[in-house]
Design a protein around this ligand. Structure first.
Ligand SMILES: NC(=O)c1ccc[n+]([C@@H]2O[C@H](COP(=O)([O-])OP(=O)(O)OC[C@H]3O[C@@H](n4cnc5c(N)ncnc54)[C@H](OP(=O)(O)O)[C@@H]3O)[C@@H](O)[C@H]2O)c1
Length: 333
């Protein structure tokens, strides 16, 4: 089968021919049809994701395809099922653990989905809605599940709550859509007025350009009214967290997922305790979260679909920052 392997940060991905994988007991072989990119893939490629990693990894965590064969103990009827592959296929449900995290696809020492086929546990996939494209299904495993977990994995959002989403990338666009689907109000930030207009077209109630309004946290609190926003989907990390803490109401929730501005940094710990903020780290989610998020029926925004042969161009598109929603790669018909 054909697959791409990392080849250093600056060099193009290396297209290789690999031995066909075979499913063992309890496993399924997936014919991959589409993959999508996440910010994580760019820092894995640059070996900046943290921790050791294999230098010639097959990249990307998010894929969808068709079950082509099953191993011993898996029902033969599952052949032909259209599925999305879990970001951590061994985290079926229940609590998170380091062992489950260590098996996340496309990072560390675990090959990912930028290949024609992959073998995963039969419990590591979730069914796609029939009418969805494989690119739509492949949009969910990391960005969709993370956004889902941010909004529904903690205290949960209610109709009428106000949610602040930062930027218009993969996670934030999903969060906007999920929040609107349950009748919450959404305030979006972006570096671009054009992207804010598109966020409003998707249902955002208000937008703030974070380049023009440096204290966008206070501005979001003002727009929300009352004591501030109820939830923040915090994708920026240390460079944005203090604004998120300014935006959220006392007793509100900040779901911390992002590292766009780095992994370390100064945090206003005083605000966290004086406002009794629920600051919650989120690391994607389980296969059961994937299945639940797919059942939402929220169709992802696909920015652009690149052919398999132009995988490097898909990375460039994500790195350009011009994308909105998910950048996808078509692997096979
Ligand atoms: N913890 C987890 O489980 C988890 C899962 C998925 C992703 N993540 C993290 O979440 C972050 C977003 O991932 P993604 O895949 O959605 O990325 P993405 O699609 O590349 O989108 C990033 C967007 O964030 C906005 N942005 C960039 N710098 C910003 C800043 N300084 N302040 C505010 N917004 C900024 C930009 O929006 P505009 O262009 O509109 O300005 C950009 O389009 C990344 O750090 C990623 O590693 C974490």
């Amino acid at each position: 089968m054909r697959a791409y392997r990392l080849n250093g940060a600056a060099a193009p991905l290396r297209l290789v021919n690999e031995t066909e994988p075979k499913p063992g007991p309890g496993e399924v072989l997936i014919d991959l049809k589409a993959a999508t990119l996440n910010y994580r893939d760019t820092i894995v490629r640059e070996a900046r994701y943290g921790g050791d990693q294999r230098a010639d990894l097959i990249p990307l965590s998010d894929g969808a395809g068709v079950i082509a064969a099953v191993g011993e103990g898996v029902a033969q009827e599952r052949v032909g099922e259209r599925v999305a592959v879990g970001f951590m296929p061994r985290w079926t449900e229940g609590p998170f653990s380091a062992a489950k995290q260590a098996r996340a696809l496309g990072g560390g020492f675990v090959d990912g989905v930028l290949a024609e086929r992959i073998v995963v546990p039969a419990t590591g996939v979730a069914r796609l809605p029939d009418s969805w494209s494989f690119a739509e299904g492949a949009a969910y495993p990391c960005a969709g599940v993370t956004a889902w977990n941010c909004l529904f994995g903690g205290g949960g959002i209610r109709p009428g709550d106000t949610v602040l989403v930062e930027g218009t990338g993969g996670v934030s666009t999903f969060a906007l859509q999920f929040a609107r689907a349950v009748g919450a109000r959404v305030i979006a930030t972006s570096s671009s007025d054009e992207k804010l207009a598109r966020a409003r077209a998707l249902g955002a109630d208000a937008g703030i350009n974070y380049r023009d309004v440096p204290d966008w946290g206070a501005r979001a609190a003002e727009i929300a009214g009352g004591e501030g926003v109820d939830h923040v989907v915090e994708v920026g990390g240390s460079g944005t967290l203090n604004q998120a803490l300014a935006a959220v109401r006392p007793g509100g929730e900040v779901a911390l997922v992002g590292v766009l501005t780095g992994f370390g940094g100064e945090i206003n710990t005083g605000a966290i305790l004086m406002k009794a903020i629920n600051l919650r780290g989120v690391y994607v989610g389980s296969v059961s979260n994937l299945a639940a998020s797919l059942r939402s029926g929220v169709r992802p925004i696909i920015d652009e679909v690149f052919p398999f042969e132009k995988a490097d161009a898909a990375f460039e598109r994500l790195l350009s920052g011009a994308h909105r929603g998910k950048v996808a790669i078509h692997i096979a018909d």
